[in-house]
Structure formats: C-alpha cells, structure tokens
Design a protein around this ligand. Sequence first.
Ligand SMILES: [Zn+2]
Ligand SMILES: [Zn+2]
Length: 278
Amino acid sequence: MSTAVNRQPRIVLTPSGVFFFLIHFAAVAAVVAAPWYPPSAGVLIAAVLLFVVRKFGITGGFHRYFSHRSFKTSRFFQFCLAYLGGMAAQKGALWWAAHHRHHHQHSDEPEDLHSVKQHGFYWAHVGWILSDEYTEYDSQRVKDLTKYPELVWLDKYHVVPPVTLAIACLALGGWMGLLWAFCVSTVFLYHTTFCINSLCHLLGRRRFETGESSKNSFIMAILTLGEGWHNNHHHYPHCVRQGFKWWEIDPTYYAIKVLGWFGIVRDIKEPPKALRMA
Ligand SMILES: [Zn+2]
Ligand SMILES: [Zn+2]
C-alpha cells in the first residue's frame, strides 16, 4: 500500500462521507427530540439488540475472523459473518480486514492508518475515515479472502446489508424504528469501534511491551464486547480470546466458544495457557 498520504484534518464529502454526516444528524436529532417524541420500549429493545448483534459482526466477524483468521468456519457462515458485519455500515469485510492488517503491521509507525501517536486523536478516531485516502483497499493484503467471489461481491456492494436493514427497520418500526434501531444504534457502533483505534492507544494499562501504544481498558471492553483488551490483542493478534484473565470480560470470545460447541466454528486459537491463569 502507498504510504504517500495526506493526514491533514480535512473532510472530503464522498458518498459514504455524506451518509456518515446524515446518519449522525438523524441520530442526534432523535436523541434531542426524545423528551417530546420518546421511542417505544420495542424500538429501544430493537436498537440494543441490533447494536449487540452487529457489534459481534464487527468483533467476531470483521476483526477476529476476517482480519486475523483466529478460528475457522464454513463458507456459508463466513458469508453470514460478512453480511452481519456489513450491516454495521463500516464498508465490507475485505476493506475492513485489509486496513486492519496494515494497522497491525505498522502500528504507530508513520504509515499507520490511524495512529494517535503519529497523527493525533481526531485523525485516529475519525479523520482517516472522513478523508478520501482509504476508500479503496489493497487486495494483496487479503488474498486469502478475495478467492471467495461472494465476499468480493459483498464488499463491492457494501451498501446492500445496511440499506436492507434500514428498510426493514422502517417497515417494521416506522420512522422511530429507522431513527433509533438503525441510526442511533449505528452511530454507537461507529464510535465504540473507532475508540479502539483512538482511546485504546491512549488510555488504559499495558501488560505487554508490544512496541506500540496499545492499552487494555475495562470500560472499552464492556462497550465493545471484549475488544478493549487491546494491548493483549496486539501481543497475540491471532488469538480469538482477547481477555486473558477470568475477570477480563470478553463476550465475543464467549459467543465464539458457544458457536464452537454447536460445531458452527472450529480451530479456535487460544493464548498460551500460562497467560490464562488468574
Ligand atoms: Zn491497535
Ligand atoms: Zn486486530
């Protein structure tokens, strides 16, 4: 991948950039108007469920499966994970994995896509998303994934999963369903994911000297289904499990273990046993 990038804080209104602003506007409007137009209990439950399920699509799917190949599964369930993560409107699994692999290879080096240390909090959190430097991905980084035409198709048409979900929310829950179950929930998905790139390289504790700035954060682990153990993850990026101690809560790992009991996934990579002791 080219390292000739412009990391000035600038905003380019690509189609996905326009969508990004519109969904934030809708989410903030829904929250501000809530005292006068409160969402129903059903709409709120749908918003929370869609947050949790799609968050797993990102953490278990885009991150631990597609980016790190930390477990194996069938071609059908692989597609399900790509679709589920795709519903979070963070582009496609191949785009996500290619950029994430680059982050691990170049963490906190000048060419890191989203380094707080190199380019500041704003750039690491959202600046790189809003620039037009990374609308494409280096297919050489995901050669193991581009051999599946259905994944390439879904990545090319990455608008399909979020648009179908938005239509379903509107059809089943009306405008409040669209605003809360889709827009508010998606904005929470964005910023909890982005916080791993920004806050988890800024605040928290370090267990391992990993050569970059990654940190472990209990609060971020709660908000991201276990991804807040980011220093652990940078030390052993190819493990499914990121919370190494019993108290390092890692719901993504628990869910993948359960899927393993049912034979849906297999070959779950664990960290060395000595590290898993309390
Ligand atoms: Zn990182
Ligand atoms: Zn990773």
